[in-house]
Ligand binder design. Structure first.
Ligand code: MN3
Length: 239
């Protein structure tokens, strides 16, 4: 008598697991979406972890304000600029690659949307170390992981005012460290440092001031505890 019940229970549980897997895959897809074709609007992607997940290195309130207010404002202003200038290009990457041909609002807010969407995915709660092909490339280029971290940190510390530090893969496949002002990035045709971003760090004061105040260097040191090296490797490998 018990067998049918057990079997029914098994089928019910398997069904729930399947439904759960489908829901998770849909969530992942929507979390990474930066443009919604149904509404013809750029959209704010969800954070891939809770606001408090990066504590104590990056605090909950900073993450809430940074994502819900700052990033959202870039998305809203980008949509306004797209509408008011009757721009038909739907690809954020293509907008940035030709950014010199568009108004400044596209450069500032399109860059803001792209940079933050990448930044969230390049963070994660668990400390880790570089791995895979990107680790080999970092060691070959900079001598060691520590030397790489030092050079990247120096680029982040020495960026005057607001901006970003980057590790990029250049057109000839090499790794390079650089920084950009404001919301510029290495995809932009106006950028001094060009390439495909592999790692980025936001050094605007809004990214760290609540917890670290004027101590940008402390924020940069803490950042190394929450880098998503798996995503760095994926971006470098071009998967
Ligand atoms: Mn920011």
């Amino acid at each position: 008598m018990k067998t049918p019940n057990n079997r029914r229970e098994f089928i019910r549980k398997s069904g729930l697991i399947t439904l759960g897997a489908i829901a998770a895959s849909k969530l992942n897809a929507s979390a990474s979406k930066l443009f919604e074709p149904n509404t013809n609007q750029f959209t704010l992607p969800e954070l891939p972890y809770p606001y408090e997940a990066l504590e104590p290195h990056i605090d909950k309130l900073t993450m809430q304000i940074h994502h819900d207010k700052h990033h959202k404002a870039y998305v809203d202003k980008l949509n306004e600029a797209i509408t008011s200038n009757k721009i038909t290009e739907k690809s954020l990457e293509k907008l940035l690659q030709q950014v010199s041909t568009y108004p400044a609002a596209i450069r500032n807010n399109g860059g803001g949307h792209y940079n933050h969407s990448m930044f969230w995915k390049l963070l994660q709660p668990n400390p880790g170390n570089p791995d895979g092909v990107v680790m080999d490339a970092i060691v070959a280029t900079f001598g060691s992981i520590d030397e790489f971290k030092k050079k990247f940190s120096d680029a982040a510390k020495s960026r005057f005012g607001s901006g970003w530090a980057w590790l990029v893969k250049t057109a000839d496949g090499k790794l390079a460290i650089c920084s950009t002002p404001n919301q510029d990035n290495p995809l932009m045709d106006i950028a001094e440092c060009k390439g495909s971003p592999v790692l980025c760090l936001d050094v605007w004061e809004h990214a760290y001031y609540l917890k670290y105040q004027n101590l940008r260097a402390d924020y940069i040191n803490a950042y190394w505890n929450v880098v998503n090296w798996g995503e760095v490797n994926r971006l470098y490998a071009g998967k």
